[in-house]
Design a protein around this ligand. Structure first.
Ligand SMILES: Cc1cc2nc3c(=O)[nH]c(=O)nc-3n(C[C@H](O)[C@H](O)[C@H](O)COP(=O)(O)O)c2cc1C
Length: 286
């Protein structure tokens, strides 16, 4: 009995020592950070470019983390965006089994020349599923093919359909939950997407251009301004999935970061502030 008591006492002592040490270390970090003794505080004194300022002001510091608790944050927007009155096009079930992952990684290249052969609905379905399809569940939360900070999924995917067998030309929104398309507007937008993409011709030649936008408040309500970074990073994950799926389907694709923001925001009908386009990804047959 005495023996157990002694062990318990020693454990308690060790636990208390670790607690004290951790508190002292956290105190030191907070002290240096709060009173501007850290390396970052020197940057604040010099003139920063817009990019440097964005990076600096969204860098995590203890002061920022604590200050964030008291800062007001936007309300959480709905997890899923929908176009309730739009025409719905159900996509075929994604069931493709392609080449080994290592082969797809090894073969991946940005491809900007495509054949005149149209894309099939099955290929479109597979590409969208790899971009953002639902692959799991954690409690009430659906999980997707690409990772997302806090599983908050800020990215929306739009489809600029140019030459797809059985799908009229137009702009569609990808309904992740139902693996279907919602028609945003009908028509041939190959000229508009090329003009908005600084005259990069492959955008108008591609069978499909995926437009990745972010609803920033989905991440901002939890992570504050740093959430913007998380949205950009996530768009990269999604684009890589499209690249690899395109290779596996024997298609060519290229991601595009150079575009006139206002033109592409207008094209898909988002305001550029609460929701803004981050990235484009063109795909075509070879
Ligand atoms: C963030 C980002 C933006 C890009 N923007 C463009 C673009 O606007 N136009 C383009 O033709 N390629 C663009 N690319 C593709 C790169 O040019 C390409 O990845 C690079 O030349 C390397 O070639 P690879 O992808 O074939 O390996 C972009 C790639 C990334 C990651």
């Amino acid at each position: 009995m005495y023996h157990y008591h002694k062990i318990f006492k020693n454990d308690m002592q060790m636990y208390l020592n670790i607690q004290t040490l951790s508190l002292a270390m956290a105190g030191f970090v907070l002290f240096t950070d709060f009173f501007g003794l850290s390396a970052y505080s020197k940057d604040a004194e010099k003139e920063l470019s817009p990019g440097e300022r964005f990076h600096h002001e969204t860098s995590l510091t203890w002061r920022g983390v604590i200050g964030d608790v008291f800062r007001s944050k936007p309300k959480k927007p709905p997890q899923y965006k929908n176009y309730p009155d739009s025409k719905i096009i159900k996509l075929p079930k994604p069931a493709y089994r392609g080449i080994p992952l290592e082969e797809a990684i090894g073969k991946r290249r940005s491809v900007r020349n495509y054949s005149s052969k149209p894309l099939t609905m099955f290929q479109l379905s597979q590409l969208l599923f790899s971009a953002q399809g639902i692959t799991g569940k954690l409690y009430d939360q659906s999980l997707r093919t690409a990772p997302s900070a806090g599983a908050l999924y800020p990215i929306e995917v739009y489809v600029i359909a140019n030459t797809i067998e059985g799908l009229p030309q137009g702009i569609y929104h990808y309904d992740v939950l139902n693996h279907s398309l919602e028609l945003v507007k009908s028509g041939d937008f190959s000229k508009e997407i090329t003009a908005g993409g600084l005259e990069q011709e492959m955008l108008g030649d591609a069978d499909v251009t995926f437009v990745l936008s972010a609803i920033f408040d989905r991440v901002r309500h939890k992570y504050g301004e740093r959430g913007f970074r998380y949205a950009y990073i996530e768009a990269g994950h999604i684009s890589q999935n499209i690249y690899l799926q395109a290779v596996s389907l024997g298609l060519g694709s290229v991601s595009v970061g150079a575009f006139l923001d206002e033109k592409i925001n207008d094209l898909i009908g988002v305001d550029g502030q609460t929701e803004a386009v981050l990235y484009l990804h063109a795909v075509g047959t070879l």
